[in-house]
Design a protein around this ligand. Structure first.
Ligand SMILES: Cc1cc2nc3c(=O)[nH]c(=O)nc-3n(C[C@H](O)[C@H](O)[C@H](O)COP(=O)(O)OP(=O)(O)OC[C@H]3O[C@@H](n4cnc5c(N)ncnc54)[C@H](O)[C@@H]3O)c2cc1C
Length: 511
């Protein structure tokens, strides 16, 4: 690769026996590659001996070149590559590709050095450790490997995804990027937003989203402290998996309509559970099921262990089977009475207690994913040539991009404002004041995702509907953005919650 050539030398290699071309000042010898080129031989012959930079980037992602690096035989004398190749952890130089707090020259009142350290460490970890497996699992549908879970455990990534709290004290968090004692909701936001950068929506949920929504019920409502600690240790060390099993075929948005029953045995020592659960994330491979059940006078929540009478079957959805989405049947399952979480017949408080954090985390992720789509669109509009000019030179495309950028920036700002309240409000106050705003935020974010997905596919054309190549990020987003619009509360339900909470505070006097 250290060899240099002149452009005239390259130009001579345009024959049957020798086919060279230049991409970004690098010389490639594709003589032996012509038959293997996925796009056919003819297009390579058209650029033989020439500078193919524009033609290449008009059709390919940069990562394609890195796959064929062994074809590179040298560089052009006196020239330097112009294409930016990010290293793991780098910030993107594309405008609006990073939130404003990570953009040079912009200031933010919310983030300090520990946030910046964590952001950098989390990005390197995500890109180097998680991303390769995420991409593979999204395609093959297998569940997350024990090896990756182990690495996430050792670096405290599993712990951090539960948000601030005592469970982080004294834990190694990405080799000291942040101390557990100083971890706040802005650190939490960073972990959530960096994590989605793997661009694998099914894997994003498959990488223990069930823990994020299921384990808090154990942490906050299990009475036996020793047992609680033992379960937390098992889950945080990656030895056992946990999920939240509330939804049933008959009861989704309407949680109170659950039909799974838990009947106390005459000696009061056990519950016998019968019923089904539907669409349970990670349910296919979980060991523990935090389960909503009907007891004699209301709803209750039980921790059920996989065992006799518990069966799980994978459900195919629009994203990858790697999410472990499951249909679950409980058939006369005997559950110790001490596995009751919270109070009997008052399980609704257990279920509601974690909704804010779940919805807020989903908003963090969906905004970040929308931003990645904006970045992809900006890059594509900049390089795609149609009718003799770049897409970005078309005013109608600039209008689409303007709308997309505005939606992402508005939602990120609202997210940060709410996050600031979370950092400065005791948990009880959060439940009282933030349920409505977080519901409205999530609704706003997924409505924006709808607009962004739609415009992004238009900008990418056929590639936006193709699962490989230039438009693969867009195709995935367009296929999967609805998960955030339904899971954790449908848009209509959250919008309604936001307005009803506001009405509850409406002044009595006529205005
Ligand atoms: C892939 C996937 C993973 C999931 N993971 C989990 C999990 O881990 N654990 C779990 O317990 N659940 C899980 N769910 C279930 C999810 O939370 C429910 O799908 C969601 O709550 C909506 O319930 P539903 O699908 O039964 O829709 P329904 O309740 O039947 O509602 C259908 C539609 O009706 C409208 N609607 C409903 N109520 C109202 C209202 N009051 N006002 C106006 N409009 C309304 C909304 O548009 C809504 O989308 C998952 C679902 C999917 C698809």
């Amino acid at each position: 690769m250290s060899k240099t050539y002149t452009r005239a030398e390259v130009a001579k290699n345009n024959t049957e026996d020798s086919l060279w071309f230049i991409i970004d000042s690098k010389v490639y010898d594709a003589t032996e590659f012509v038959d293997a080129h996925p796009g056919g031989e003819a297009v390579l012959r058209q650029v033989a001996g020439q500078d193919a930079t524009a033609a290449f980037y008009n059709l390919h992602r940069h990562e394609v070149l890195t796959k064929y690096e062994d074809l590179c035989i040298g560089t052009i004398e006196g020239e330097k590559p112009q294409v930016f190749t990010p290293k793991p952890g780098d910030l993107s130089p594309v405008p609006y590709a990073e939130p404003l707090w990570l953009t040079p020259a912009f200031k933010s009142p919310y983030y300090n050095d520990s946030h910046r350290r964590l952001q950098k460490a989390m990005r390197v970890f995500t890109e180097t450790v998680v991303l390769p497996e995420a991409q593979a699992r999204e395609v093959d549908g297998k569940y997350i490997s024990q090896e990756l879970v182990q690495k996430m455990s050792e670096k405290g990534v599993l712990h951090m995804r539960m948000g601030p709290g005592k469970h982080l004290h004294g834990v190694n968090l990405l080799d000291g990027a942040v101390k557990g004692e100083e971890f706040d909701y802005f650190h939490d936001l960073i972990v959530a937003q960096e994590g989605v950068r793997v661009n694998a929506r099914g894997f994003q949920d498959g990488s223990l989203a069930g823990m994020v929504i299921g384990l808090p019920c154990v942490m906050n409502f299990m009475k036996d402290e020793r047992r609680k600690k033992a379960i937390m240790d098992e889950v945080f060390s990656g030895k056992k998996f946990i999920c939240l099993a509330i939804t049933e075929a008959f009861a989704g948005s309407d949680v109170a309509g659950l039909r799974t029953t838990a009947t106390k045995t005459p000696d009061g020592k056990h519950y016998i559970v019968n019923g089904t659960k539907k669409w349970i994330t990670n349910g296919a491979y979980s060991d523990y099921f935090v389960t909503g059940v009907k007891t004699d006078k209301g709803l209750s929540v039980l921790l059920i262990e996989r065992g006799e009478g518990v069966e799980t079957k994978p459900i195919k959805t629009s994203y990858s089977l790697t999410a472990g989405t499951a249909y679950i049947t409980f058939d006369n399952v005997k559950v110790p009475a001490e596995n009751l979480l919270g109070e009997e017949n008052k399980g609704i408080y257990v279920i509601l207690s974690n909704f804010n954090h779940e919805r807020w985390t989903m908003a963090c992720g969906s905004i970040r994913q929308s931003r990645i789509v904006v970045e992809e669109c900006l890059k594509w509009a900049h390089q795609r040539l149609v009718f003799g000019k770049r897409l970005i030179d078309q005013p109608v495309i600039r209008q689409k991009l303007a709308k997309m950028i505005a939606l992402v920036e508005a939602n990120q700002s609202w997210l940060e404002t709410i996050t600031y309240q979370m950092c400065n409000m005791p948990y009880k106050e959060q439940s009282k004041h933030l349920g409505g705003p977080i519901g409205l935020l999530k609704m706003s974010v997924t409505r924006a995702a709808h607009e962004i997905a739609d415009e992004a596919v238009q900008i990418f054309g056929g590639r936006g509907l193709t699962q490989s190549g230039m438009g693969k990020v867009i195709e995935m987003f367009h296929r999967t953005y609805k998960f955030d619009a339904i899971l954790g509360g449908a848009e209509e339900v959250l919008g309604d919650l936001g307005v009803r909470q506001a009405m509850a505070r409406f002044p009595n006097a006529k205005l």
